[in-house]
Design a protein around this ligand. Structure first.
Ligand SMILES: [Zn+2]
Ligand SMILES: [Zn+2]
Length: 339
């Protein structure tokens, strides 16, 4: 079978290898779609702190089951499936408390172990989720990033009845805003410097959008929520400026959830965090309940990923897809590869 391996910065090398032989607990999928995400792009340029060359990427995937191991139950040949890409130890303190997304020895498929950038991919059946009827393989490949949003909105407890601000309207910001609506937020404001991305957020049903390159965050909040103000902030950009903006605009005693990935260590206004009893809460990936609920939200139309699929490339064009993203940063939300 054909596989694509990132062998050095900006170099994807195709090669022929044997089709995997599955273990009794595994299934074999014929990969249909994989997604390219921010961490793949960091890896592509050799800038990912926890990834090294060579690596076969692909942690966002959808495929059709073509073989089922002898111990696997409830999954059949022909099923359209996706996989939760987390390999964890089941033994450490986070794992034992159900928070395996922060397992002490977490390995992510396509980041630390070989991913789905290949024609046939073997996966532990415990990581497999079936795709509901009517959902395409393309959309199924976007479940993984959507689940990041669902987990994020659950990190401070519940957003029910709250006025929510999401900073950053890229894929993760967008899905966080959609997840907040799905989880019963009173209203959601999403902010960005890109009118294009804000327009997409509007298409996904997010009630309030504001270009904070043109209006102040304070005015945007007043416009969206009137005198009520914002009850919680989700920082989905990954820079210090937006964290500090959240700190400046938050009501006392409220939460700021950190979803963005930081390339550098920013200076944060900790004096206000202390004085106003803010909680800064981190969020990483998701656990199984988040993932399954994401599938259900997408099937029910409560999270709409269609507008986020910016472009689909053929497997042979994998390298071109990365070049496209480089040249079209603003317009590249979710880029998919089709096998
Ligand atoms: Zn991803
Ligand atoms: Zn663990």
């Amino acid at each position: 079978m054909k596989q694509a391996v990132l062998t050095s910065p900006e170099t994807i090398t195709f090669s022929e290898i044997d089709k995997p032989v599955i273990k009794p607990n595994e299934i074999l999928m014929k990969v249909k779609n994989i997604g390219i995400c921010g961490s793949d792009i960091h890896a592509y340029y050799g800038k990912h702190p926890f990834m090294s060359f060579p690596i076969r990427l692909g942690h966002e995937m959808a495929g059709e089951v073509v073989e089922v191991g002898s111990e696997v139950k409830g999954i059949n040949v022909g099923d359209l499936v996706t996989a939760m890409p987390q390999e964890f130890c089941h033994e450490c303190e986070p794992c034992k408390s159900g928070r395996y997304n922060i397992c002490d020895t977490l390995e992510v498929i396509g980041c630390q172990t070989p991913g789905a950038a290949c024609e046939y991919f073997n996966v532990d059946s415990a990581l497999i989720k079936k795709i509901p009827d009517g959902m395409s393989a393309r959309i199924a490949a976007t479940i993984e990033p959507a689940a990041v949003g669902v987990h994020a909105v659950r990190r401070s407890g519940s957003v029910k009845g709250m006025n929510v601000v999401v900073m950053g309207a890229g894929t993760i910001g967008n899905v966080t805003a959609q997840a907040a609506m799905a989880e019963g937020a009173k209203s959601v404001l999403i902010t960005d410097f890109s009118d294009y991305r804000l327009e997409l957020a509007g298409k996904c049903g997010i009630p309030h959008t504001a270009n904070t390159g043109k209006v102040s965050m304070q005015d945007a909040i007043k416009e969206a929520f009137g005198g009520e103000g914002a009850d919680i902030f989700f920082e989905c950009v990954g820079i210090g400026a937006t964290v500090n903006q959240a700190i400046e605009c938050s009501k006392k005693g409220h939460d700021i959830v950190i979803v963005g990935v930081y390339g550098t260590t920013p200076e944060i206004n900790m004096a206000w965090v202390q004085d106003r009893e803010f909680r800064l809460i981190g969020s990483l990936m998701y656990v199984e309940k988040d993932f399954q609920d994401t599938i259900d939200y997408m099937a029910a139309g409560k999270i709409n990923m269609e507008p986020l699929v910016s472009k689909v490339f053929k497997f042979d064009e994998y390298q071109e897809a990365f070049k496209y993203i480089e040249n079209n940063k603003d317009e590249s939300l979710k880029i998919l590869i089709e096998m």
